[in-house]
Design a protein around this ligand. Structure first.
Ligand code: GLA
Length: 739
């Protein structure tokens, strides 16, 4: 709900449980009055106008000396006008000055949700969203700054996005244009961020926001393994179930930054947006620059609720599934990567398909190694034609044979990359990102194609379509196996105007959008060396993403735990692999690997033909179990039930010796509780788990034992795990309401 009160010049944005207020003040400046739990009335009285030393006044207020951008809460701050906190907008004028001051011009309130041309953005299902579009201008610069707001009332989500339009005659340089900038007038916050590395993504960190600037981000051209574009701001007593929590999640797959700053007056500013410090986008006459959408959510019921708000909006308003039924079921797949790496052939793949089919697996995915001279990772990328000699058959044949086995067929591609040792590179050496005078940095011995150029995207798109047209493909795994460096385009206009890196990301989106349109029935899974581009921007095109190249069940507990803060299980690609694990050699049982992989879109990353008879029996059982709970996993409300670090979510509490999570159906009738015991000791202490989100008055029955429990009891008195000795035991309990 959006209201504007003319006499007070006040915008109030309301969701079910939150209020957000913006004021247009007497100078036409947009001031941010409030965001948080639902409140009423005009909050302008909160503004403190004082003469404060060294906080410069705008010219109109120079005599009274009581008005400074330096302490007034800005709706979108900019640099060069006396606000010395982290700016949201940084613009360099043609004369070299770096200063911009945007004042209110007009606004529109519309039913429905805005979209962003060429960029991902949440969309409304029916009448669930409203849009506020505020236009501000800087007359001297000849620039319009548009602020977009999308209100998803029931979902407690407010989205924001920013657009700059040059209506003047001069070219300006946009050095920064954040998607959201938010000032909190008071409060002592702590922040949660998610850092990591290749094969160990999204590790939770909690830290106090003291005076200073805390920054996360990526300058890798992708959202990265190292930091996820996701920040939570909480209070010191906030935990999973209680306390105030704000979440900020960016829908962008390139470089980004997220900043939290505590100012001299104990105010806190959050600023989050695309691109890094090298951004210098020259915006010419009549040009438009659109910066990505960020989702904001608040709950006074703890971090878990904000996560669930993100899960709901991502599932229902960001992911676009090829088929309606994929909301409740996705194909269980076996992927050839850890089964055979580059050593694939049609015959081997069919063998794998046979043994997979026997177990109940529904799709065979042919990973890397099927094209060009791709016999290892030093060559062949860019040559998107089927190596029929290596496969021993055509793609059409392979696909047909797989379909004859009543299985689906998927294929791996990495469109953005090229090896120097490839026909494509020899034909188009000028198609890569490379600084002419320098030898480029290589990553996995590959170079990055210049996707900022349409002709490059076009050519790769044509080549890949030729393959897909032969193959009757049901699924694509879209990979991206290095960070961007040497960002230089041979398109002079793009390069000279500093647009290469930004337009690269738009080129990726464009490719994916074209792919979706041409092959509406294909399910696309994102991937970037595992989870190196795990963001809500990608999820707009690829509704599931391979979570990590690390398939070790115990490492995955931590990786998937961190991922769950911002992303629903329906987006998290998660597979059972061999034991000892390929990445860390740890041994775990097939049950435990299954329990962990079932917290996501399920599959196998191994040669299932090599399992022994007993394991095969268990896998068959596992697949049945997954199919049974799949609608719950893909659609239910997710709860983290354990504290897997020493000092994070339960204050003054020790780490739990187990990892537990729970999915509850929206009607609260079906519950899946999953647990992996991570610490084992002699004479163990008993482990109690406190369930969440149940109907307190309902009676739940444990499907296996028939044991009955009251909902409130399971939540408040807890559930006792059996004391069993052994390494990494795991448990799955299904509870159903019986009365
Ligand atoms: C990346 C992916 C893997 C696999 C390989 C193939 O590392 O994350 O799953 O597809 O590339 O080269």
């Amino acid at each position: 709900m959006i209201t504007f009160i003319e006499k007070d010049k006040l915008f109030t944005l309301e969701t079910k449980n939150t209020t957000y207020q913006i004021k247009i003040d007497k100078y036409g400046k947009l001031l941010h009055l409030y965001y948080g739990a639902k409140v009423k009335g005009n909050m302008s009285y909160l503004l403190d106008y004082a003469d404060r030393g060294f906080s410069g006044n705008i010219y109109e207020a120079k005599e009274k000396r009581n008005y400074s951008y330096d302490y007034l809460p800005q709706e979108m701050s900019s640099i060069g006008v006396g606000d010395f906190r982290t700016p949201g907008i940084v613009i360099k004028n043609q004369d070299g000055s770096i200063s911009s001051d945007f004042r209110f011009e007009k606004f529109k309130i519309k039913k429905g949700k805005y979209s962003l041309d060429g960029l991902p953005a949440s969309y409304a299902q029916s009448n669930e969203a409203d849009t506020l579009e505020i236009t501000t201008i800087d007359k001297e610069l000849g620039l319009e700054l548009k602020l977009f707001y999308g209100i998803f009332y029931e979902k407690d989500i407010i989205t924001r996005a920013t657009q700059i339009i040059n209506f003047g005659n001069n070219k300006v340089e946009v050095l920064k244009a954040d998607s959201a900038n938010l000032d909190f007038l008071n409060g002592n916050f702590e922040m949660l961020t998610f850092h990591g590395r290749h094969a160990f993504e999204r590790q939770l960190q909690r830290q106090a926001v003291k005076h200073g600037i805390y920054q996360i981000g990526s300058s890798r051209g992708t959202s990265s393994h190292q930091y996820n574009p996701l920040i939570f701001l909480i209070e010191s007593d906030t935990n999973e179930k209680r306390g105030n929590c704000y979440g900020f999640e960016l829908e962008w797959s390139g470089s980004f930054h997220g900043i939290v700053e505590k100012s001299q007056y104990n105010q806190t500013r959050v600023s989050i947006g695309a691109m890094s410090e090298t951004f210098d986008y020259k915006l010419g006459k009549s040009e438009i620059l659109t910066m990505p959408e960020v989702m904001l959510s608040f709950s006074s019921n703890g971090i878990g609720q904000v996560s669930r708000n993100f899960h709901d909006i991502i599932r229902e308003n960001i992911c676009r599934l090829p088929k309606e039924k994929m909301k409740v079921t996705r194909p269980i797949l076996v992927n050839s990567w850890e089964a055979a790496y580059f050593d694939i052939s049609g015959e081997k793949l069919l063998e794998l398909a046979d043994s997979a089919k026997e177990l109940g697996i529904e799709m065979l995915v042919m990973d890397d190694g099927w094209f060009g001279q791709r016999n290892d990772d030093n060559q062949g990328l860019g040559d998107w034609y089927v190596n029929e000699k290596k496969l021993g058959m055509t793609l059409a044949d392979l696909s047909k044979k797989i379909k004859e086995r009543d299985m689906k067929f998927g294929i791996w591609i990495e469109p953005e990359m090229v090896n120097e040792n490839s026909i494509f590179y020899r034909k188009h050496p000028d198609y890569v990102l490379k600084i002419p005078s320098k030898a480029p940095i290589c990553g996995r011995n590959q170079l990055v194609l210049d996707f900022s150029r349409k002709e490059v995207v076009d050519e790769i798109f044509t080549d890949i379509c030729k393959v897909l047209d032969q193959g009757n493909v049901d699924y694509i795994k879209w990979d991206c196996n290095r960070s961007l460096t040497d960002i230089f385009s041979n398109d002079t206009y793009i390069q000279e105007n500093g647009q290469t890196e930004y337009k690269y990301v738009l080129g990726v989106y464009d490719f994916l959008e074209r792919l979706r349109k041409r092959y509406p029935n294909i399910l696309i899974e994102g991937c970037s060396g595992g989870g190196g581009r795990f963001d809500a921007g990608m999820l707009y095109y690829t509704p599931q993403i391979w979570c990590s190249d690390n398939t070790d069940a115990i490492d995955r507990l931590q990786i998937q735990y961190g991922t769950s803060f911002g992303y629903p299980l329906s987006a998290i690609g998660s597979h059972v692999s061999v034991s000892p694990n390929e990445q860390c050699k740890r041994e775990t049982t097939i049950e435990t690997r299954g329990t962990v992989a079932m917290a996501g879109t399920f599959g196998y990353e191994m040669n299932v033909g090599k399992l022994n008879t007993e394991e095969k029996l268990k896998v068959r059982q596992q697949i049945k179990e997954y199919k049974d709970v799949e609608p719950l996993i893909l659609q239910g409300d997710y709860y983290r039930l354990s504290n897997i670090y020493d000092d994070t979510l339960k204050n003054n509490s020790q780490r739990d010796g187990f990892s537990a999570w729970e999915v509850v159906s929206k009607d609260k009738k079906n519950v899946l509780l999953s647990v992996v015991v991570t610490e084992i000791h002699g004479n163990m202490i008993p482990n109690y788990i406190f369930l969440d989100g149940l109907d307190p008055n309902a009676t739940y029955a444990d499907e296996k034992t028939g044991e009955k429990y009251n909902g409130a009891t399971l939540m408040h008195a807890g559930f006792l795990l059996p004391t069993e000795y052994g390494q990494y035991n795991s448990y799955m309990y299904k509870f159903t309401v019986i009365e």
